[in-house]
Design a protein around this ligand. Sequence first.
Ligand code: MLC
Ligand code: AMP
Length: 504
Amino acid sequence: MANPLYDRLFGAHAGKSTPFLILPDGSTLTHADFIGRAAQIAHVLTELGLEPGDRLAAQVDKSPEALAVYAACAQAGVVFLPLNTGYTVDELTYFIDNSGARLVVCDGSKLDGLRPVAEKLGAMIETLNADGSGSLMDKAAGQPLTFDTVARSGDDLAAFLYTSGTTGRSKGAMLTQDNLLSNSETLAELWQFTDRDVLLHALPIFHTHGLFVATNITLFAGGALIFLPKFDAAEIIRLMPRATSMMGVPTFYTRLLDDPAFTKELAQGMRLFVSGSAPLLAETHIRFEERTGHRILERYGMTETNMNTSNPYDGERRAGTVGFPLPGVELKITGSEGETLPQGEVGLIEVRGPNVFKGYWQMPEKTREELREDGFFITGDLGMIDADGYVHIVGRNKDLIISGGYNIYPKEIELVLDDQPGVMESAVIGVPHADFGETVLGLIVPEPGATPDLDAIAAVAAEKLARFKHPRKLVVIDALPRNTMGKVQKNILRDDYKDTFAPA
Ligand code: MLC
Ligand code: AMP
């Protein structure tokens, strides 16, 4: 019976003794090993009573077993919901509740905090630790190495990825099998991935970039991943001679360039470096080419759409641009009335294609606001198309900070700051940061006569919000600049505070 995502990405490699995951200690899991492990987990999911269409929420460290949970979900028809390992119990409660997850898989260290939440919300809970131990794999041990793949259609849901929003409430982007598969196929072809590819994989596997771009493409082509738990420049440098390709956020590239041990010789066996998730400075692009002789290929995507554009594989990779719309993806620049603007003008980027998600889980209004009836998705990014057809991203129409490739919506942080004693209101902005591209700055307006305790406020933020969202600095100011409509003028604040983290 057919299950396009499972069959094409995983099932196609059943029985193959070719390497799939190469671990930092040099040990290897073959495609067959991996598929066997996924099948064992799929048996556990079924025995726990999960049905096709049920959601499995996983907040686990990166490991071969964590990736096998994704494959097991695909095989059992369960919707996979990966969650950033930085999320606090507060944040997780919302995702588990909103998604109606039937099973939560978490690290053993999080069990005490999450068990009451799961119980209250009627979800089961199992553990999976970074070393592959835990109750999930205990149950998987001894299960058969094959599993009868559950039939699914291309339009069935494969994954939910939560993305925050301007209101501070996260939305579950519903991604279908076809969304994921069509993008993998297009990119594997465009970027010429084959079963000889070995991709250096240092991205997290709870976001589009690390899971659906890097992993799915490699699976599609039958190649291998050098599977690192996280980005570590020294590890990348050590292992690059064994690799053919790497995908990363701009911080990966700036950190590599900051390391004198990163040389041209190391990169000589590489055929492709891809950057995305945040703007790559033209300067980084140029420095990288000077150091290695390679031009980074920049592409543009998002959670709701997977990848939309890419610089060419053959042809000019132009610094400061995100290249051309992918085959099968339509992209237009629109004005405030939704009208298509002439070439060269700046407006909203809208995209349509098989990559575009199905909508936000149980949020029909939000879906209608961003996904037009004719299928175009309003990305919230501002861009223009130049005379040669290259797409340029020139800004954002959404109040979003991207720090080291992680998206942070200010509203979520402002809601926490506004709640603190002595705070009348707050504004959270992104300011330039050499390592993370942008970082979070919190501006606080005190209540009349009050002196807010900034350390106490930072401590509350630390408890409620994932580490990467914490304001790097809190500053007390008299008032927020507003326009005549009363809207806070964040552009003025961003300009006033742009040098806060500038190197001395
Ligand atoms: C970690 N920290 C961050 C952070 N990552 N803070 C802000 N922004 C980040 N991105 C915290 C750590 O918890 C740590 O806290 C402190 O900051 C410094 O950590 P570090 O050791 O310097 O960070 P590191 O662990 O090395 O991580 C940095 C990073 C990582 C850039 C390697 O964030 C990363 O892998 N980012 C990739 C994100 C990603 O995959 N984005 C794709 C989204 S998909 P403490 O407690 O030690 O101070 C998408 C669509 C698309 O956007 O187009 O791809
Ligand atoms: P996310 O919601 O995490 O999927 O992030 C998607 C957002 O990241 C996009 O809407 C863009 O704002 C940004 N983004 C992704 N790739 C690029 C890129 N190459 N250049 C600039 N911004 C990017």
